[in-house]
Design a binder for this molecule. Structure first.
Ligand SMILES: [Zn+2]
Length: 483
């Protein structure tokens, strides 16, 4: 494992202010820093904390790109609470989502299994009942467990397995929520999207649930925050922090942003910048809610839990792909996510870690961080363990039955099984993945042979369309997923 202590303030690079430039510069900075760490190749000497944390807080920020956080190099978007957490955490320079859609991605995170193993390919899929989740693993070991979720994860999809307390939106539990969502889709100022629980709401519920936990009881809280997800609709004052025009004076509905509103003219450049400002406002709003939670945890006067903060996938904010959203590609915009692992007694806090990380690693890292034996748990790597030379340094990503990608260092291989094509990218030289260095497998060379071997797979059988409850289906449609 390669680590280096950072003085984040002095080491931050100056980035220009235009949105596109910011994103591009952040990507280049990101890979330049990552390569520097790889070249240093110093072994970790960190010892595990003498007293492991008693409890676990897992935070998944839905649709959060890593490069939107100050801790990851952004100089405009204000995320002071997450930046402070990063300063006290091990921060992974790059973590990959296994799948750029909410349900399959969270399923991989919670089970340490890849989507092809789980046979989960869309937001309509449900996690099999016999797939052991982190919540089940910890609950069986005496942990109290609670999930506070929003958006698509407001509906049962199997991820609720193992949680004693969940915040699922049951059918009929709220008057006309889906109708309001449908009305909101495609229109500006989609206030109805707030019918999904806000970060503030979920944090308050989590704090209230914590009040019922007896002293000495171990707990696992999963907090799933929907804010950065489309429709970008931050509440005041966050809806004007990064925007010049008044809210509601430009168009930002999901169908339009995802390029699926044929009946509307395309967004102007000014509208695109305003929409990105709304996304950024959502990020700051979420950060504010987390600050409330972190303060409440500190006020309890007990050792802080192990905190894992990450995202289920990123978001394409136009750029060269020319769309907003996720679930369409395995480019960095959609699959590079932040990962912070906070352990109060961690002597290695404040380091940027460059080792390969992916969401399937989160559960074993948390289990070992809690001082527990992994026992029968299979899959993923303990990211806090000293790294042996033979530890796999790759990350894998999936999209539907055709697309696979693998990354090692700054080399990324993308396979399209529909026609056998292979694309190889040098992420340091080509951060936006515009110019593959080899497009035929026979031209890719030995450097990528192992990655291609890792990605080799049989043509998947046609995916069955699963039965989905009407309320969940309508919410998916409202969010633009079904067209
Ligand atoms: Zn998601």
């Amino acid at each position: 494992m390669t680590k280096i202590k950072l003085n984040r303030r002095s080491d931050r690079l100056r980035c220009r202010r235009s949105a596109d430039q910011r994103v591009w510069v952040a990507s280049v900075c990101h890979w330049a820093v990552a390569l520097m760490f790889v070249m240093l190749s110093a072994a970790s000497c960190r010892k595990p904390p003498a007293v492991p944390p008693q409890s676990l807080l897992l935070i998944t920020a839905d649709t959060l790109r890593a490069d939107r956080l100050g801790a990851y190099g952004h100089h405009v978007i204000r995320t002071p609470n997450l930046d402070q957490l990063a300063r006290r955490s091990q921060q992974f320079s790059t973590c990959y989502s296994q799948y750029p859609l909410t349900v399959p991605s969270h399923a991989s995170l919670m089970t340490s299994r890849y989507p092809d193993d789980l046979d989960m390919w869309t937001n309509r899929d449900t996690l099999a009942a016999d797939a052991e989740t982190l919540a089940e693993f910890l609950n069986r070991r005496g942990f109290r467990t609670a999930a506070f979720t929003s958006g698509i994860l407001s509906f049962p999809c199997g991820l609720e397995q193992g949680f004693e307390h969940v915040t699922l939106r049951r059918k009929g539990s709220e008057r006309r929520p889906v109708t309001e969502l449908l009305q909101a889709a495609g229109s500006a100022g989609s206030a109805a999207e707030r019918r999904f629980a806000s970060a503030d709401d979920l944090v308050r519920q989590a704090i209230s649930w914590l009040d019922g936990i007896a002293e000495g009881e171990r707990y696992f809280i999963w907090l799933h925050l929907w804010e950065p997800h489309m429709a970008y609709d931050p509440a005041p004052p966050y809806n004007q922090v990064y925007n010049r025009r008044q809210p509601g004076t430009y168009r930002s509905g999901p169908r339009l942003l995802m390029g699926r509103a044929d009946d509307q003219p395309p967004l102007t450049d000014e509208e695109i910048q305003e929409v990105i400002g709304l996304y950024d406002g959502e990020v700051s709003q979420m950060d504010g809610a987390l600050g409330m939670f972190f303060r409440a945890l500190a006020a309890r006067g007990e050792p802080l839990p192990l905190i894992c903060f990450t995202a289920d996938h990123g978001e394409c904010l136009r750029g060269p792909r020319d769309y907003f959203g996720h679930g369409r590609g395995l480019y960095e915009d959609e699959v590079a996510v932040p990962l912070l692992v906070f352990c109060q007694s961690d002597t290695a806090a404040g380091v940027l870690v460059s080792r390969a990380a992916e969401l399937v690693d989160v559960a074993p890292t948390a289990v070992r961080g809690l001082g527990l034996d992994l026992g029968p748990w299979r899959g993923g790597r303990d990211l806090l363990a000293p790294q042996a030379d033979d530890v796999d340094q790759t990350a894998r990503m999936y999209l539907g039955s055709h697309y696979r990608a693998a990354v090692e260092g700054t080399t990324k291989v993308l396979l399209d099984a529909s026609d056998g094509s292979c694309f190889v990218y040098d992420l340091l030289a080509d951060a936006q993945e515009l110019n593959p260095v080899a497009v035929r497998p026979e031209d890719a060379g030995d450097k990528t042979a192992r990655l291609r071997q890792l990605l080799a797979f049989e043509q998947a059988s046609p995916q069955q369309t699963p039965e989905v409850a009407a309320d969940r289906l309508e919410a998916l449609e409202a969010l633009g997923y079904l067209n």
